[in-house]
Design a protein around this ligand. Structure first.
Ligand code: COA
Length: 219
């Protein structure tokens, strides 16, 4: 069970102990972001290529929060952090035990951090999905199909199952190019995250029994 705590600032953070997952939430402001001072030139160029102002806002504010949190955990300036990209596009820190992943949907971004264990996070705004049953038939494992049936094909249940699956694939770093119909496997802890009522979210970490701390909202 996750309890949403009042807003905090990145300065509240304390070091991550191996076996813990720290979760941060960010409410995306609709401010049609211009330049974010924490972003590197390549990230600003990336932001400038978004056609949708909402997508640009989400990327800029989430990346800026990521840099500020990484800076806090690593004791460095936000702009002094080099992020690398894996073969499938997952940002990571080379040569550091600190692992992280971000997800954004609608007006919320989630950022997850762990030490010495791959972590993935996913959030989806719960919305009408006319093709939900097709996706279930094609991509859900037998256990997930059964869980969806038990929910009487409820849309929220669909997104709860989906986010658990995507969080796990994002932890592995393969994203949606991974085996979507793979069921839960040993070696992973996957936990649902409560944010706002209109959203479903989950975090997965490659450490069974990991201590997933309550979500903290950035001020
Ligand atoms: C990653 C992926 C699952 C994103 O799904 P989404 O629901 O649209 O987006 P989310 O908000 O949950 O996650 C996006 C974030 O995940 C991270 N990310 C990108 N690729 C990732 C990957 N392969 N694994 C884990 N995380 C990834 C990024 O930080 C990204 O946010 P940013 O662009 O603001 O930095 C999807 O784009 C994907 O499957 N990508 C990999 C597939 C592939 O083959 N890509 C080839 C391009 S190199």
């Amino acid at each position: 069970m996750h309890i949403t705590t009042p807003s905090r600032s990145a300065s509240d953070l304390r070091p991550i102990v191996a076996g813990e997952v720290h979760l941060w939430g960010l409410r995306i402001a609709r401010k049609r972001a211009g330049v974010a001072p924490d972003l590197l030139p390549a990230e600003r160029a990336h932001a400038a290529r978004f056609r949708s102002p909402d997508d640009r806002d989400r990327f800029v504010q989430c990346r800026s929060a990521l840099r500020r949190l990484l800076a806090g955990y690593l004791g460095r300036a936000p702009s002094g952090i080099d992020l690398e990209l894996s073969r499938f596009g997952k940002p990571f820190l080379a040569g550091s035990p600190l692992r992280f992943n971000v997800s954004h949907s609608g007006a919320i971004a989630l950022l997850a951090f762990a030490r010495d264990a791959d972590v993935g996070v996913d959030i989806e705004r719960v919305r009408e999905m006319p093709d939900a049953q097709d996706i279930v038939d094609k991509y859900f494992s037998q256990a997930d199909k059964a869980a969806f049936r038990r929910s009487a094909c409820d849309t929220r249940a669909f997104f709860e199952i989906w986010t658990r699956k995507e969080a796990r694939l994002k932890a592995e770093g393969v994203g949606l190019s991974g085996a979507l119909d793979a069921g839960d496997a040993a070696g992973w802890e996957t936990v649902g995250i409560e944010t706002d009522p209109g959203y479903a979210a989950a975090v997965a970490v490659a450490r069974p029994g990991a201590d997933v701390l309550a979500l903290r909202w950035l001020a």
